[in-house]
Design a protein around this ligand. Structure first.
Ligand SMILES: Nc1ncnc2c1ncn2[C@@H]1O[C@H](COP(=O)(O)OP(=O)(O)OP(=O)(O)O)[C@@H](O)[C@H]1O
Ligand SMILES: [Mg+2]
Length: 317
């Protein structure tokens, strides 16, 4: 395992000048280390500084202050940037070219040619599930297909670091699922490469990432592994009960919120201790339990708790 972090940001800030006397601090004293070989999500509401951070990591924007290293090398170094594959927020291609033409064009720019390039294109078109459309002009591609073609383009030079800015944005539910599957496949295919992607959607980050960084107004609010964030969250259970006596209903309701469902009452029980207590009461009275379902611990709740002082809308995006 390579111990040099794939991305190191040290006290990085970026201020945009908006006129003679006005400026906007888009990124504020950001210190972050992204380990090699991990999938890391960058979360934050609109305008929190995600794209600005990404553009600085790519060397497109110069930080106002601070230092950025890619695999230990200064981002100013062109060689360091050759390790990176980048998916922009809204990828666009020449509409009259086919998917294959586009990959061939970018492949040649990267110095690939001949049989090696043809084989690479075939492999990548298959990987991103565009084999069927490889000879179609991209003007006929859907948003999801264009996004997948752009991902194939990022993979042409086998990058050690992949940076995707909002890879799921604008996709319909099926497109999102396809994109998530594709990101997982990429990580499985090249487990040593690092993937850093921004998103508004907690669920995408929760499903794909090992760690998450949360930005708010340009400042880093949380950077932690998802496991450690949700480890302190109590597991919640949904217990559905039929023919509950009024006394027992009000006793359980005192501790656990309830709702009426078609087959009876459903209680939301937090933690194993409360669950044992509810079950003991039900056993004592020989009340029929229809089902007990463990509900997924929620990253949004963990982030909310880890960031007391943030309003829920600043965490749930
Ligand atoms: N070139 C620029 N000039 C001036 N202000 C900018 C520029 N780029 C970004 N900003 C401002 O910096 C802040 C952060 O913008 P950024 O695009 O990084 O946010 P974001 O988290 O990517 O948002 P979104 O989720 O909408 O993509 C915003 O207030 C934005 O208006
Ligand atoms: Mg953005």
């Amino acid at each position: 395992m390579n111990s040099t972090p794939c991305i190191t940001l040290t006290e990085v800030s970026k201020t945009f000048k908006l006129g003679l006397f006005k400026s906007k601090k888009a990124v504020d004293n950001l210190t972050l280390e992204i380990p090699s070989g991990e999938v890391v999500g960058l979360l934050g509401p609109n305008g929190s500084g995600k794209s600005t951070t990404i553009k600085m990591i790519l060397g497109f924007l110069k930080p106002t202050s601070g230092e950025i290293l890619i695999c230990g090398h200064d981002v100013e170094n062109r060689w360091a940037r050759s390790f990176i594959g980048y998916l922009p927020e809204n990828p666009r291609f020449q509409k009259f070219l086919t998917g294959n033409d586009i990959l061939r064009y970018y492949g040649k720019l990267l110095g690939l040619h001949g049989l090696k390039l043809s084989k690479k294109i075939e492999f990548l078109m298959d990987l991103v599930n565009l084999k069927h459309a490889c000879n179609e002009r991209v003007q006929g591609y859907s948003k999801g297909m264009t996004q997948r073609l752009a991902i194939a383009q990022t993979l042409l030079n086998d990058p050690q670091l992949l940076i995707f800015d909002e890879p799921m944005s604008g996709l319909d539910p099926l497109g999102r699922i396809e994109m998530r599957n594709l990101i997982s496949t990429i990580h499985v295919e090249s487990p040593k490469s690092t993937l850093f992607f921004s998103s508004h959607v907690l669920e995408d980050v929760e499903t794909l990432c090992k760690s998450v960084a949360l930005l708010q107004k340009g400042k880093l609010k949380t950077f932690a592994s998802i496991d450690s964030l949700i480890a302190n969250e109590q597991q919640r259970y949904e217990v559905v009960i039929q023919n509950l006596s009024k006394e027992l209903e009000s006793l359980i309701f005192e501790k656990c919120p309830q709702k009426t469902v078609a087959i009876g009452k459903s209680f939301s029980v937090e933690g194993t201790e409360k669950l044992s207590w509810v079950l003991s009461k039900l056993l004592e009275t020989q009340t029929k339990v229809i089902s007990i379902n463990g509900q997924r611990k929620k990253l949004e709740e963990a982030l909310f708790r880890a960031n007391e002082g943030l309003s829920m809308s600043e965490v749930i995006i």
